[in-house]
Design a protein around this ligand. Structure first.
Ligand code: PLP
Length: 458
């Protein structure tokens, strides 16, 4: 059968990202064939609600003809233009201007990449360049958060704090440091926002002192930690960290690869706390996943320092596909859709999703419910008072994902028993209700898992 031959070809030739190669060979690929709105259809014709927007990226939803038309038009007129040699293309220039106009504060300079990892990677290069241009080459130490995710490039993966991105790869490097995540549900300081913020501020100060006040180049955060398990810091945390970085003369990088473009409500999560980072990294929702693209937003003072430092010399950082005209044309159309009603719909759908997940707090396995806008999670535990995570033998990532799939729902199931949600902003009430109903069913089935029952008894 069509799909079975694909499974064999996949097994033989396609290396999947972040997968156990042996596990994947044994399981076989699940082939997706088409999609519309918030629904994806697999190669067998099974329809599923995509509660995770692909990989938290298809914010606009699937099947927008106007996006297809924008890409087709651009491919026909000018499928490629380099941004090297002082050349450019209209969509890339217009997109940079549109983004700068909407970005917080003076993030007026945009550097286009192909995705999030190379956006983060680019910031590392720009930051080194910035400090060297300021005559402080010893500011070469970088700090990020435990449970943080900043992509999978060789150096970015060292800012990432997920163990399987390090194991076997010889990273992190010795100039990459971590401080604890604010993680309200599991913070040793307790769940009072005041104490969580105080603990993070103290941890950053202590880390900077330990490294040396004149050595730290930058601090990286996600406004909501995504791949670490949708960890939502308390209100005021982001601003407090930003202010401390300013006080310590450390560059502040907001990694909005997930939170950008309506995921939490507005175009950028930084605006929710009225902060202006020195750099902002974005990707995913920028083109809604229709084509690859990322964007680094750079503050005026950083840009001017780099420009002055370089003088007549070229700043030697670039990709063949920087500022790709087709990606830019897609992003311009996607931006129109966001502002033409999708952001608004996302806020409404997000409120429905959060209310529905909140109502599941009474379920025997649900320890925590958290999120903002169309980014949410529930954390499963076997003991609500002790907040005991599901033990590894219950294989939450595999089994919960599989159960949800069988129920017609795509979610992200993390290894520690966190279920992640990031549905397209186009979701209707019926889509959200379907996500909730299929989640409830998945939770009940998980409660019947003999390994889970055993863990509950112990
Ligand atoms: N930064 C954050 C916060 C992310 O969540 C991701 C991807 O999930 C990245 C960077 C890397 O982006 P990409 O997978 O497009 O390279």
């Amino acid at each position: 059968m069509y799909s079975n031959s694909l499974i064999e070809l996949d097994r033989a030739h396609l290396i999947h990202p972040v997968a156990s190669y042996r596990g994947h060979e044994a399981q076989g690929v699940r082939v997706l064939a088409s999609a519309k709105g918030a629904t994806v259809t697999d190669a067998y014709g099974r329809q599923l609600i995509d509660g995770f927007a692909g990989l938290w990226c298809v914010n606009a939803g699937y099947g927008h003809e106007s996006i297809v038309e924008a890409a087709t038009r651009q491919m026909r007129e000018l499928p490629y233009a380099t941004a090297y040699f002082g050349l450019g293309s209209e969509p890339a220039i217009r997109l940079a201007a549109e983004l700068a106009e909407r970005a917080p504060g003076d993030l007026n300079h945009i550097y286009f990449t192909l995705g999030g990892s190379d956006a983060v990677d680019s910031t590392i290069r720009f930051i080194r360049y910035y400090w060297i241009a300021r005559g402080k080459p010893r500011r070469d130490q970088f700090i990020s958060l435990e449970q943080g995710y900043h992509g999978s490039s060789t150096v970015g993966a060292g800012l990432t704090a997920l163990p399987n991105f390090h194991a076997g790869f010889g990273i992190p490097f010795d100039w990459q440091h971590k401080i604890p995540s604010p993680y309200p549900y599991r913070n040793p300081a307790g769940d009072d926002p005041k104490w969580i913020i105080a603990a993070s501020l103290a941890a950053l100060r202590a880390k900077v002192e330990a490294i040396g006040a004149d050595r730290v180049a930058a601090f990286y955060v996600e406004p909501i930690q995504g791949s670490g398990g949708v960890i939502v810091p308390p209100k005021g945390w982001l601003k407090a960290m930003r202010d401390l970085c300013r006080e310590l003369d450390i560059l502040f990088v907001a990694d909005e690869v997930i939170t950008g473009f309506g995921r939490t409500g507005p175009l950028f999560a930084c605006s929710e706390e009225d902060i202006v980072p020195d750099f902002m990294t974005t990707a995913k929702g920028l083109t809604s996943g229709y084509v690859p693209m990322g964007a680094v937003f750079m503050a005026d003072h950083v840009y001017q320092t780099i420009a002055e430092g370089a003088g007549a010399s070229a700043v030697g950082h670039g990709y063949t596909y920087s500022a790709h005209p087709v990606s830019a044309a897609v992003a311009l159309e996607v931006l129109k859709l966001y502002e033409g009603g999708l952001l608004e719909n996302g806020v409404k759908a997000g409120a429905r999703l959060m209310a529905g997940l909140e109502a599941m707090r009474d379920h025997p396995l649900v320890g925590d419910v958290r999120g903002r806008g169309m980014l949410a999670a529930i954390e499963l535990v076997t003991d609500k008072t002790a907040r005991t995570p599901l033990p590894a033998e219950t294989q939450p990532a595999r089994r919960i994902f599989d159960r949800a799939w069988e129920n017609g729902l795509v979610i992200r199931a993390f290894a520690n028993g966190v279920l992640g949600y990031a549905p397209p902003l186009c979701c209707t009430d019926a889509d959200i209700d379907a996500i909730l109903e299929k989640t409830a069913k998945t939770l009940d089935q998980t409660l019947e898992d003999p390994d889970v029952r055993r863990a509950l008894r112990d």
